[in-house]
Each structure stands twice: as C-alpha cells, then as structure tokens.
Design a protein around this ligand. Sequence first.
Ligand code: UD1
Ligand code: UDP
Length: 385
Amino acid sequence: MSNKRQKILIVFGTRPEAIKMAPLIHDLKKLPNEFEVIVCVTAQHREMLDQALSFFGITPDIDLNLMKSGQTISGLVASVLASVAQVIEGKQPDMLLVHGDTSTTLATAMAGFFAGIPIGHVEAGLRTHRMMEPFPEEFNRQVVSKIARWNFAPTEGNRSNLLSESFEDASITVTGNTVIDALFLALDQIDRDPAQVNSITESLSRQLPFDWRSERFALITGHRRENFGDGIKQICKAISALAKDYPSVHFVYPVHLNPQILWPVQDLLKGYANIHLIDPLGYPEFVYLMKHCFVVLTDSGGIQEEAPSLGKPVLVMRDVSERPEAISFGTVKLVGTKSEAIIHGVKELLDSESAYQKMAQQTNPYGDGQACKRIIEVLRGVHAK
Ligand code: UD1
Ligand code: UDP
C-alpha cells in the first residue's frame, strides 16, 4: 500500500472535453493531499476551448496551443502525439486521464501507452459499431478502450458494449456522464447569482433581435464530419424551408467555427429575418438559451445528453447514434440528415401539442450529477493500493 500523492496528468483540447472534464478537475483539486493535478490543453480548439475554460475558471498548467486553421486529422494527431509525449517525459505522471473520442484523446492515449502510463478513459464505451459513423470518433474511442486501464462508462449500455468486446468487468465503472455534473454546476451558478443571469440575459439580447424569453425558437448546432458537404446543405435547406413556413418561429444557430461548417451555413442561411446565425456561445449562455428554447436540432453528442435534463425535445440530425438511451426514453429522436425528414420532425412538434408533450419530459438517462464523485472513488482506490 502506497500513500504517495498521485500525480494525474489530464489532457484535453476541444470545447466538449473542457466542459466535461471541468467538474472533475475542480473535484480532484479539492483533494490536494491525495492528488497533484496537472492540466494540459492541446488547444485542438482555440476560441471555443477558451470560452469553456473561462466559465469554469480553469487555467491550464500547460497550453500546447496546437490548433491550426483547417487542420487535418493526421496533422493534428501527429502534433498532439509528439507534444504530449514530451509533456509526459517532463512531468512523469502516475496516471493520465483523457475524455471521449477526439483526435486529442486518441493521440494523448497513444502517448501515454507508449510511455507505460496507466490511462483512465472518461466517457468510455459509447459505440455505433460503424467505423465511419461518427468519423473518426468511433475509431478513436475503440482504440482508446484497448489501452485504457480504467473505463469510466456513463451508462449500463456503455458498460455492456465494453463487456461484449471482452474488456474486463473490473476495469469498468458506470459513473454517469460528467456533462450532467457540468450542467448542474452551470444551472446552480445561474440560479444563485442574479448578476450572472443579468449578464447572460444582456449578452443574449444583444445577439438576438427578438424576445427569446417569450417567443418560440429552435436552437440549432451542427459540426459532424459525416455531415460536411451534402449533410450540411440538407440541414440548411430544412432550416430555410421551416423559416419560410413558420415566420413567427425563430431559428437560432450558434455556428461552429470549423470552416467546413461556418462557410456553407453563412452562405446558405443568410438573409432570413427569423434565422439568427451567431458566434459560438459561452457555456452558461448556451445552457440558458437551451432552457428557453422550444426544440433543439443538433448533431452534437453533449447537447443530446444535456437537453433531456431541461425537458427539451431533441431532434438529432444523424443516421445512427452512440447514445440510444434518451431515444428509448422518447425525449430524443433520430431524424437523419435528409431535409424532408428534418422538416417533418420539426413540423410535428410545432403543430401538435401532444407530440410535443410526449417528448418534452424532464428525465435524464445520462447522469445524476455525481459522475465525478464515482470517478474519484475509483482513483482513490488506486491511490490506496
Ligand atoms: C472536434 C472533434 C469532434 C468533436 C468536436 C466538438 C476530432 C476528430 N473531432 O471536431 O469529435 O465533437 O471537435 O466541437 O477530434 N476552429 C476554430 N476555432 C475553434 C475551434 C475550431 O477556428 O475554437 C476551426 C479551425 O479551423 C479548426 C477546425 O475548426 O482547424 C476544425 O477543428 P477540429 O477540432 O479539427 O474539428 P471539429 O470539427 O471541431
Ligand atoms: N455548447 C456551448 N456553446 C455553443 C454550443 C454548444 O457551450 O454555442 C456546449 C454544449 O452545451 C455542450 C457542448 O458544447 O456541452 C457540445 O459541444 P459540441 O457540440 O461542439 O461537441 P460534441 O458534444 O458533439 O462532441
């Protein structure tokens, strides 16, 4: 048994990783006698990462600042692998924590594996079982599972996926998704601090030229690589058709900064009075807007997990999902990426109160806000060995 303080290197790079790792970083830092936490960001995302870090008050110990405009997967994986290998060499951590399935996650886990550092994988076991959907995330997460010592699976379904791939039961802990911890943290701050609500409200009202607190609006996001090209065109076609058919409904789209998304969206959706293209929002602004919207249209993973806690129906513009739980609960529907199907899905909710009420249930299969506590219990067990 060793009582040595464990040195944990936590590496992430994108907006969703920052949001989902932030509460864990906060909780680990409350235990300085047990854990020394080193936060390293690859900055695979720059502006969107910084927005999330700023809300959670996290200042990275190491910032690799690797984002390049229009970066390729291979270029980024290569630079993260080389840079994180150097960080590991310099810091000699006892363990490495990574999250999810991004290029940062894959390359960091590989660097840890090559250096012989045990890896904890937060948000493990999500699968579509189709290597190209989502691309390259399904590949990334399957590879990381192969080399992770600790698999922190959000749901029982995720655990079953790992067991069916013959991973040892003892390596898996069902924790819930840390995004719910993050969401509760944000909601708690919003509820407790009227000054914060004022500043969020003012910021949103500056960006949106309608009364978003009383008028109906759809909140839209999209960024998946499988939707580049035709997918994004279909999505924009659906939004513009809906905007014409429902002039009193607003469509709010904080557009992802990836040029493969930003440029076509700006081109195809400009000039509609009730379509509002805005910059990516800070986390509390986005959560607050989600609280007030009528429906969420998205291909995002994190948003599918958050919205059911707010009782908001989600239409997912993808053909398959690694998050079947809320679909079974009925609060999330997979509508695909064809414009007719998206239009049909939104119209049904706009036109039928009963269809809407069926989906607008406040229940969440992805977590109870205690995921970080469960992860830390496992890490403490390691500490005691
Ligand atoms: C990445 C992840 C995806 C995750 C998504 C979250 C991979 C392969 N993909 O996809 O799993 O769901 O993040 O949003 O890891 N950009 C900026 N500023 C930013 C962020 C992005 O300018 O703050 C632009 C840059 O031109 C950058 C491009 O977007 O090169 C693409 O970013 P990248 O992280 O490679 O891909 P995402 O599509 O964001
Ligand atoms: N989000 C945000 N601002 C926005 C859009 C989304 O803070 O303008 C948050 C959202 O609440 C969720 C996360 O970003 O927690 C999802 O990120 P993204 O959709 O980029 O990635 P994914 O979850 O699909 O990997």
